[in-house]
Design a protein around this ligand. Structure first.
Ligand SMILES: Cc1ncc(COP(=O)(O)O)c(C=O)c1O
Length: 383
């Protein structure tokens, strides 16, 4: 199945269709589809007089968010806690997993700081050792992990699905399977992968997965989630405690019972009050993914990324920073032309949104982009 990109651009991304900019910077911040802009405006209008927002509308919106996310990643709604950023989920992992002095948390080098500082702080507070391992291409592969896990003190492996600068992707199934076999917790920062890549957590062994929706899920800032594997939920106690994390707290007539009995689903980790309007916006964006089909979205996006790879391969004046192997990349493609700074300036002057990361041009196309846009960006880099 495929979708009509021209119609999608006309209906949901009219600024792109008008050529206002060529936006190849989804790895920084994703644009909001028109339906999401409308949802936010509607919630702003309702919120002008909160009397228009019923209790059910508020809380059903969150229920819908959990269901849409669960559908996207092959989880159950009860395994989803809504959050406001990726960091929330990483902190949840760092401070809720049962780790003691002497235990080791392992991570590849070159992680985005959101998946580093919480573990450094855990090390400082609890005497856990946080160990970064150097890997070829920056990618932690199965063989390397198997060797690292010979140290039985390793209790957690935490990794970005896709590395933010190089776009290198790890094999979640291979790493997760190894961790599960050894009884090691497997924590994933999915923000740079989910959307361009699809995920089925029924067959991919992950314990905790943190993901912001502000990039590849084209959602408002303030919309994010964390997945906690069903069997783990009731073993973990929230580190930060919300008044809606306990059973019976849905009954607002009994708020003064003060009964600290955790909910038995992932809502025990949620930190209410959440930004309802941003979750409503995320719902609109996720409905767009669902209506186009997540596989079709992935195919189109990875196809554009492959065009950049082909182009870089064909040139001897451009170094490809992203791994060439399609199994080891997603939709972040980083290239080093001979003068990256000058190329970046030319791209900006030509209205091509991109990033300069670690001395390379980072291009990150998505499903609303076209081949013509990618080609135009590459022509500007080559000039
Ligand atoms: C790999 C990775 N993790 C996390 C984040 C952001 O974390 P948060 O959603 O907590 O701001 C980014 C980018 O900003 C990222 O590239």
């Amino acid at each position: 199945m495929t979708f009509d990109v021209a119609a999608l651009r006309r209906d949901e991304f009219p600024w792109a269709e008008r050529g206002e900019s060529i936006y190849l910077n989804n790895a920084s911040t994703g644009p909001l589809p028109e339906r999401t802009v409308r949802a936010l405006a509607e919630w702003g209008r309702l919120r002008a007089n909160p009397d228009r927002i019923s209790h059910d509308l508020q809380f059903d919106t969150l229920t819908r968010s959990r269901a849409l996310i669960a559908g996207l990643i092959g989880a159950d709604s009860s395994e989803i806690a809504l959050a406001t950023n990726t960091s929330f989920g990483i902190n949840l992992a760092a401070f809720s997993l049962p780790l003691r002095q002497g235990d080791v948390v392992l991570s590849p080098q070159l992680e985005f700081p959101a998946n580093v500082y919480p573990w450094m702080q855990l090390a400082a507070r609890r005497g856990v050792e946080y160990r970064q391992v150097q890997c070829d291409d920056g990618v932690l592969d199965r063989e390397r992990l198997a060797r690292e896990l010979e140290d039985e003190r390793v209790r957690v492996v935490t990794v970005s699905w896709v590395q933010f600068a190089s776009g290198a992707r790890v094999d979640l199934t291979a790493l997760g399977t190894l961790c599960r076999e050894r009884g090691v917790y497997f924590v994933v920062d999915a923000i740079q992968g989910l959307g361009p890549l699809t995920l089925d957590l029924k067959t991919t062994p992950v314990d905790i997965l943190a993901c912001g929706a502000q990039k590849w899920l084209l959602s408002p800032w303030g919309a994010a989630f964390v997945y906690v594997r069903r069997a783990l939920i009731e073993q973990l106690e929230p580190h930060d405690v919300s008044w809606l994390a306990v059973q019976d707290s849905d009954d607002f007539s009994r708020l003064l019972d003060y009964d600290l009995k955790w909910r038995n689903d992932a809502r025990r980790f949620e930190f209410i009050t959440l930004p309802f309007q941003d979750m409503a916006g995320m719902n609109a964006s996720l409905e767009l993914f669902a209506s186009l089909g997540k596989d079709a979205v992935s195919r189109h996006t990875l196809g554009l990324a492959a065009e950049i790879i082909e182009w870089a391969r064909s040139r001897d004046d451009v170094e490809l920073v992203t791994p060439d192997d399609r199994a080891r990349r997603a939709a972040i493609i980083s290239v080093k032309p001979s003068d990256p700074m000058a190329a970046s300036q030319r791209l900006t002057a030509a209205g091509v949104a991109h990033s300069l990361r670690e001395g390379a041009i980072r291009l990150s196309p998505h499903f609303y982009n076209t081949s013509a846009e990618v080609r135009r960006a590459l022509d500007v880099i080559a000039r």
